[in-house]
Every structure is written in C-alpha cells, then in structure tokens.
Design a protein around this ligand. Structure first.
Ligand code: TXA
Ligand code: MG
Length: 336
C-alpha cells in the first residue's frame, strides 16, 4: 500500500498510462478488487474476459469518477420515463456514490460492444476508493472492471489475493489496502421503470427504498429463489459462483446423521460454540456484526481454502439488509 504522497502520485500516473495503453490493471475498490481496462478499447475488454475465463455473455460494470462523467454514456431517451429516471439516478448517486451501488441503465454511445456483449444496457458505478477515484478522474474514460478473480472463484479483497490468483496475467496491480466493505456492489436495474435488485450487495434494498421512496424488488435469482431456472436477468448470477475449491456446507444443514469428512474447517459469524469438532475455526465477528462478517468473509474463505481441508462448514444469518448479500454469496459457494 503506497505511503507517501509522491509514491501515490507515481502509482496513479503509472496506472493511468497502463490503462490508456490498453493494458490491464487490478484496482482497489471499497467492495472487491477489480480487473480494470479501458472500456472503449475492444481488445483490452476482450483480454479481461480471457484472463478471467469469463463467458462473453456476462457483461462488465463501467466505473467512473462521478455521475457527471457517466451521464454521456446513458441513453436517457430509452427509459420509459426519461425525466423520472434522471431524477432518480441523481438522487441515488447523491446518496450512495461513491459507493457500492451499480445501476443498470440503457446504453448510450461510446462503449465497446464487448463490454455488454452488444446488449442495449450497461452497468455503471462510482467506486469509493481514493486511489481509484483519482485514477478514474485522470483516465477520463469509462473503465470496465469485473472482480479480479478467475471466473466463479472467490472475489479478491486484498492485492495479495489478486497476485495469487491472476498475478502473471495482469499488467499492474495497485495495492490500495484491504477492501473496506468486502462484498460486491448491489446491482440495481432501473431499465423498465421499476427498481429491481439483480445482485444483492453492499447497499441493502431497504436503504434504496428509503431513498427512492418506492418499492424495490429483488430478482428471483437472489437468495430466496436460487433454484429458479428463468432467463438470466443479470447474466453474472450463475448459481455456482464465489466458490472455494473445498466443498462448503451450511452448519444449519448438518445433522448427526450427516456423513462429514475428518478435516473440517468452520466459519462462524459470532463467538458461539458448536457441537461438531473441527481442525480450524474462524469467527468473523465476536458480536455477530454483519458489517464485520461481510468484510472478512471472502478473505477467510480463501484462507481456509488454502489449508487442504476436506470441507468448510459455514454459519448463516437472516437474509435481510447486508445479510442478504452474505447469504447470497454463501449459498452460491455451497452449491454444486
Ligand atoms: O463491487 C463490484 O461491483 C465489483 C467492483 C470491482 O466494482 N465488480 C464486480 O464485477 O463485482 P463483476 O463483473 O464480478 O460483476 C458484475 C455483475 C454481474 O453479475 C453482471 O452480470 C452484472 O453485474 N451486470 C453487468 N452489466 C449488466 C447489465 N447490462 N445488465 C445486467 N447485469 C449486468
Ligand atoms: Mg465477480
């Protein structure tokens, strides 16, 4: 993590020039590290998909330093009610940006087709990290950045995570310290006039409702209905995702009759006792604070995944507020 001001400005300059050359930079955000590239450069975008092993139908989020920079890329006329959309986007941006909210909006001109597989919508967000905001401002172009992990593996919340899983394939890794939120942004679609959460994340539906002053629905691909087989609204919401190599099982699903292998790791959300023995135990928050749980979840899954355990048993919480994002990630991690 850069210390002095001159060190910071050198890193910012370097990241800007590498991005403008069409190369890939891992950037810190408050949610997870992103694998960033110039979204107007089709070759650079293609390389992001290649490096991640990501299916091309799963679109990328565009990152900007401010709403003002994002506005030219939104096709407001394609909203059912353009002036309402304008007002709502401004209200949401004022309240939540920079921060963990991505908005799905009609796609305007100027972004490579590869970002969204030629589709008519894009995801936009302003991330909350000082180094990255400065880089975005200096680049002056939309920056596409999926989480900097191999497709379907756990998202990285430190520069070291990126180094370990994508190291040789990325042109530059900017170390901005551990991510403060630790789960990805909430993906909110405003396309059809209603407000629908396609991926629960760092900002809850309750918080969004409080600002929009109208109901926000949660897509059937989120936790409550992961088995459903409908057309993917948010193509990234494939059921198996965020998965360690070690099998994951919920403690709540273990009964005395469940056959369990010997080398068990356990991840608890609060300081409590459990009846089954284990070889490794991690408690994400002494008090069960979900902000702390979210913050440490991915790093702890990665840590236990590297230990050669046979199984990782995980705690659960009510799927409400930030708990919805936590449970969404764990249900996907545990699915076969
Ligand atoms: O917190 C985050 O959002 C992080 C940081 C790096 O910003 N990024 C991230 O990107 O999580 P990624 O690519 O791992 O997830 C993007 C999600 C996927 O579920 C994708 O399907 C959805 O956003 N998405 C992107 N564009 C979309 C679109 N036009 N319509 C529907 N869903 C979209
Ligand atoms: Mg991802």
């Amino acid at each position: 993590m850069p210390g002095s001001i001159s060190e910071k400005s050198l890193i910012i300059e370097k990241a800007v020039s590498v991005l403008l050359q069409g190369q890939l930079v891992a950037l810190p955000t408050e949610t997870v590290y992103g694998l960033a590239c110039d979204a107007t450069n089709s070759n650079a975008v293609k390389r992001v998909f290649e490096v991640k092993g990501r299916p091309s139908h799963n679109p990328l989020i565009l990152h900007f330093d401010s709403l003002a920079s994002a506005l030219p890329f939104i096709d407001f006329e394609s909203f059912p009610d353009p002036s309402l959309a304008h007002r709502e986007i401004e209200t949401l941006a004022k309240k939540f940006w920079p921060g963990p909210l991505s908005l799905i909006v009609p796609r305007g001109p100027g972004v490579s087709d590869d970002v969204c597989n030629g589709g008519s919508s894009i995801a936009i967000r302003v991330p909350n990290h000082p180094l990255t905001l400065e880089i975005l401002k200096k680049v002056g172009r939309p920056i596409a950045a999926p989480s900097a992990n191999p497709s379907a593996y756990i998202s990285p919340t430190t520069a070291e995570h990126v180094r370990r899983s994508l190291g040789g394939k990325v042109d530059l890794i900017v170390d901005g310290g551990p991510c403060t939120i630790g789960v990805e942004s909430t993906v909110l679609s405003l396309l059809a006039g209603d407000a629908v959460i396609l991926r629960p994340g760092g900002i809850s539906s309750e918080e969004i409702e409080g600002v929009l002053k109208r109901p926000v629905s949660i897509s059937s691909h989120s936790t409550s209905n992961l088995e459903s087989n409908q057309t993917l609204l948010s193509p990234g919401m494939l059921k198996k995702h965020y998965s360690p190599h070690t099998p994951v099982v919920f403690l709540s699903e273990i009964t005395p009759a469940t056959p369990l292998p010997e080398k068990r790791g356990i991840i608890l959300f609060s300081d409590r006792s459990v009846s089954i023995p284990f070889v490794e135990k991690r408690t994400l928050s002494d008090s069960g604070d979900l902000i702390e749980v979210a913050n440490r979840l991915f790093a702890t899954l990665r840590e236990l995944d590297a230990m050669g355990l046979d199984i990782i048993c995980v705690d659960s919480c009510e799927p409400k507020g930030l708990g919805l994002a936590i449970m969404d990630r764990l249900i996907r991690a545990a699915s076969n």
